[in-house]
Structure formats: C-alpha cells, structure tokens
Design a protein around this ligand. Sequence first.
Ligand SMILES: *[C@@H]1O[C@H](CO)[C@@H](O)[C@H](O)[C@H]1NC(C)=O
Ligand SMILES: *[C@@H]1O[C@H](CO)[C@@H](O)[C@H](O)[C@H]1NC(C)=O
Length: 338
Amino acid sequence: MRTALCSTFVVFVLAYTTTRVTANANPLSDETIKRINSVQKTWTAGRNFPAQTSMTYINNLAGTLYDDTLQDLQILKHHIDEIDQLPGSFDPRDRWTKCKSLNEIRDQGACASCWALAAVAAMTDRYCIFAEEKKQFHFSAEDLISCCETCGLGCVKGLHIAAWIYWTKLGLVSGGNYNSSEGCKPYNIPPGENYVTEELSPLGQIVDISSCMTFCDPSYNVVYRDDKRYGDRVYLIERNEIQIKLELFHNGPVEGVMEVYTDFLNYKHGVYNHTEGQSIGHHGVKIMGWGEEHGNKYWLVANSWGKDWGDDGFFKILRGVNHCGIEGSVVAGEPLIV
Ligand SMILES: *[C@@H]1O[C@H](CO)[C@@H](O)[C@H](O)[C@H]1NC(C)=O
Ligand SMILES: *[C@@H]1O[C@H](CO)[C@@H](O)[C@H](O)[C@H]1NC(C)=O
C-alpha cells in the first residue's frame, strides 16, 4: 500500500530482469554494476560490498517490519502557507553547525537494526536542534534494540514507529558507536566489514542480541535510570513532499522507510532511481534534507551501512514521487530537553 511508484514499476522490471539476468544472479558482480551504469543517467553504481558477500548478510541490511496498525498515530500538519520560506535546497549540516551528529553515519553490522539506528540517529540530531545547539545526547541503539519488546525482534527486524513510541514511554539512555566506550550502552555489534563473507566469519548470520541490561557500562558513571532521555511526543508526517520538507526544515531529520532493491546496494553517487533487482525488504533511513541535481529533485538521506558505503555513507534518492515508498511512512517526534 505504501509503494506507489516503485512497486508497480518493479513488477514489470522484475519479470523482465529475471528472465534476463538469472544467468548472472549476483547483484554485486562487476557485470551488474556495469549494466546499471549503462542504463542510469541520474546515479552511478560502484563497489560497496565485496562481490562474494553472503546473501545472509545482505538480507540483514534491510530489517524494518511494516505494521499498518501503528499508522493510527497522530499526523502532524504544518501550515502549507509556510512553503514560501523553504529554500530550493536544504542541508541541516549548514544550518545547525554545532550538532555534530548530523555528520555521523552509524553502522548496523550484521544486525537487521536499521529501524533502530535511523530512529536514534534522528533523535540524537533533534535533541541538539531542540536544545538550540547547546546540548548533545547520543541516543543508544543498543538500548532500543535490546530493551524495546514492542519493537519487534531486535536484530531480526523491527518496527520503526514502535521505536519512537518507546522513546516517549520508556526513554532511551546514551550510547556511542561500537568500541567507542562512550555513554551508558555503546553499540555492541562490530561494523559490517567484519562480516562480509561466511568464510571470513561464521557470523554471516544474524547476531544474537543481548538481553535488556538495566545498568550502564562500568566506565560510564551514571545510573541507568538517570541517564534516560524521553521523547515528548511522536507523530507521523503525511505522505506529501511539502509536509516532509516543512518538518525537516523546522524540526530536523526524520525516519522514513524505503523498499530496498539489490541495485541500491551498489549506489555510489547521484540521485538514486531504482533500475533493476529484487526487493530485499524494507529499510529504515534518516531523511535529512533535499536538493536538486541536474534537474533531478532528491532527498538527502543518511544510511546506516557505515561510512564506506555510498556517498560517504549518505545517498540521494528521487523526491516527490514516493520513490520506493520513502515518503510513505515518515515518523518523527520532539525530545524533552533536560
Ligand atoms: C575494538 O577494540 C579492541 C580493543 O581495543 C580491538 O582489539 C578491536 O580490534 C576493535 N574492534 C574493531 C572492530 O575496531
Ligand atoms: C529512472 O530510470 C528509468 C529507467 O530505469 C527511466 O525510465 C526514468 O526516466 C528514470 N527517472 C528519472 C527521473 O530519471
């Protein structure tokens, strides 16, 4: 239901490509990359993952579940007449320069936790933005993945909207990235490159999440409960380009979900336009801003596949056409600043 353009389009493309491409089914092969580049004018494909990367690992990259019942949440409506204030392009890193998390790219590793990483990344940005750039708080993905029972299955996919609701009800503690020793609960799963092939690591499979620990790392001298920060409210943004732009401009990054097709794995530069390949699932991402490149309108988005993926971890995707469903279930909220 949330996939207007992309899926209708894909039904045909799939039928076409499966007959044509089965001889070389590897979506990461040099041939695939070359073929995409021969078809596409708006974006460039390149090597992000070694060609022999296990499909188990690949399938973990898009780990967001979809649940219609959660769509009952309040829908925030901005005044449409504010549209005149909006610039032609917007990058929050130029506006809220002290919010360093806007430059950060998280890395989910071998865990289908994109739903959680995109959520805490946007919450972290928003904490700084709502604190008028005077305070920062790095929300812990680990806390959300291991403690939110209503969110789904931790490293085995989760619900992005439930993550935001959990934030308002039970709060989240701080936590840096893997090996950072920062905050109450740093991320426990090593970055992706350790897991590329099943030969290199038996953990080509999903990492088992730890149970919900209600104490902080010993190096962080704060009581778990005291470290929690909460969301004040959570809301959905209408599937509407202008509403999403107004929300980004006034309140900062949001979480969206897109359907990931295998061609996207090879994204390097430019404005992504789905070209070929099968769906590997829904993927939570942090939408940050917008712009236009060679006449193609795009959203600026942060991925959670590490800095080596794509355009230093970021990507651009067609804007205004609900491409791959990215405009269809945008969620955001306001933090309580303490
Ligand atoms: C994490 O830190 C430990 C100890 O400093 C080091 O041995 C290990 O290689 C680091 N792991 C990664 C993935 O950086
Ligand atoms: C997206 O790519 C398809 C071919 O795969 C092309 O027909 C279409 O015009 C492209 N869209 C844009 C906006 O460039």
